[in-house]
Ligand binder design. Structure first.
Ligand code: G1P
Length: 271
């Protein structure tokens, strides 16, 4: 059973400046709804019961979004607007599920995950990277089904263009399980085109084992001086931990860049 999800939210979002100079990128509206809410909806629909947000002092606005009761109550008392009442109900429901931990120094995704160590209860947990929206299909739900069957770690995968390979974690495949799933032999963070083992990229949905914390505790800095989750995953695979790559069925939207962010609203408005 996968009951807990973690979401790293401490990143500065420099690729979305100036929007992110005063605002959290994960709260930017995508077709009229905060981007983060799409990720929360995906979690709830996949059966997740608790979500751990990894924020920073600079991203307190995210906590405020869910802890603004006084404000909502005052407005609702005055206006009795049904839309606002329903929105507040939804926020309260989300709030009940969310816990916060802090990563005040953005040292990389691996370091962010390590901050949740004392809160993870089960053998496996889900991680979602909020820059990666997947629409038209619940990728987390599909990955949990695979996990339940195979009792192993699972990561989302997508074929990418060769010229963009040095922007992603890239898989080396062991063998195919079926059309949409394969056993992972290795994974390399942002390789150059020449040394890339494939063009199957890691997309931001991971089912990870609790064991990963042991690796993260002594994980050395990797590409760009950051502590990458990919490097610890790689060490777990070397130790014999099974990881399945899942070619997800939905449509991928990259909300971490301006062009991608604009396109996300357009794509979602078409659904
Ligand atoms: C992170 C991961 C990378 C993965 C990507 C997916 O990179 O480190 O392996 O392919 O997310 O979006 P980032 O986007 O933080 O550079």
């Amino acid at each position: 059973m996968i009951r807990q999800a973690i979401i790293p939210l401490a990143g500065l979002g420099t690729r979305l400046l100036p929007l992110t100079s005063v605002y959290a990128k994960e709260l930017l509206p995508i077709n009229g709804k905060a981007g983060l809410e799409y990720i929360i909806d995906e979690c709830i629909d996949a059966g997740i019961k608790e979500i751990i947000f990894i924020i920073s002092k600079k991203k307190e606005i995210i906590r405020k979004y869910f802890y603004n009761d006084k404000f909502f109550k005052k407005i609702i008392k005055k206006k009795k607007d049904l839309r606002i009442i329903n929105e507040y109900k939804k926020i309260k429901k989300f709030k009940k599920m969310i816990k916060f931990v802090y990563q005040n120094n953005p040292k990389g995704t691996g370091d962010a995950v390590l901050k949740t160590k004392n809160l993870i209860k089960d053998k496996y947990f889900l991680m979602l990277l909020p820059d990666d929206l997947i629409i038209k299909r619940n990728c987390s739900k599909d990955m949990i089904l695979i996990h339940n069957k195979k009792k192993c770690s699972v990561m989302a995968s997508m074929r990418v263009q060769k010229k963009t390979i040095n922007r992603w974690g890239i898989y080396s495949k062991k063998n195919n399980i079926n059309k949409n799933n394969f056993y992972i032999n290795d994974v390399v963070e942002k390789p150059d085109i020449k040394s890339a083992p494939s063009n199957n990229a890691v997309i931001g949905r991971y089912i990870l084992p609790k064991k990963i914390f042991k690796k993260l505790q002594n994980q050395k800095k990797g590409k760009g001086g950051e502590i990458h989750i990919t490097d610890s995953i790689r060490r777990l695979i070397k130790d014999g931990e099974t990881f399945v790559g899942h070619n997800f069925k939905g449509k991928y939207l990259d909300c971490g860049t301006i062009d991608g962010y604009i396109n996300s609203s357009i794509e979602i408005s078409k659904i």
